[in-house]
Ligand binder design. Sequence first.
Ligand code: 13P
Length: 250
Amino acid sequence: MRRRVIAGNWKMFKVLSETRAFFSAFLPMVANAKHCDIVIAPPFTAISAAVQSAKGSNVAISGQDVFWEEEGAFTGEISAPMLADAGCRFVIIGHSERRQFFGETDESVAKKTKTALAAGLTPVVCVGETLAQRETGQTKSVLQKQFLSAPGSLTPEEFSRILLAYEPVWAIGTGKTATPETAADAHRVLRQCAAQRFSAAHASALRILYGGSVKPDNIKGLMAQEELDGALVGGASLDPKWFAAIVNTK
Ligand code: 13P
């Protein structure tokens, strides 16, 4: 059985006081959640405050992005050793907003994933098709290409340490959640890629999260799909009550 992961991606929201207030409200509500791993990805400026607030709890902290070099003259970038040193255990890589607005490519996702692994972080590698790609029947080929060029470039040992997130771009922030069946179909494509590129054992151990308009009222249906091993939640992770409701739904 694959252990469920519920991760919140705060994107560019929350200053320090809001971060501390979130954790004060959220931690008691999820203190008894033993059935899943809980992860929160605050903006870089709030990582230290989040790590301090979550210390000793069942919540791990993640970066939202990372650079592929370990150090150097790269103004504005954050390295994997810096994230690990700040107390992060996870890092999101290749989010569609980075692909769309900041020039992220499959090649940079591959490089970032390797550096994150070398620093001991667990990468959450995001893939997903746009609406135009879905409507023109390209979903499967887009997912296969994204899989092969980044996760597929890892060694088998490296691959066993990553999480995948399937985030159809048309479902992000739009309120249009993929149906549980649509999401499960995409997850099956990705798991098949993992079986072909690595092994059946790698494929069955791989945890794939679904992301895109996950809310307290649709999490149960999504998690009822055996293919869905968790969720990557944007908007609904900003509210401690909503996010706790998502975490606590079995
Ligand atoms: P929403 O849950 O706001 O649609 O965002 C999903 C997402 O992009 C998580 O990384």
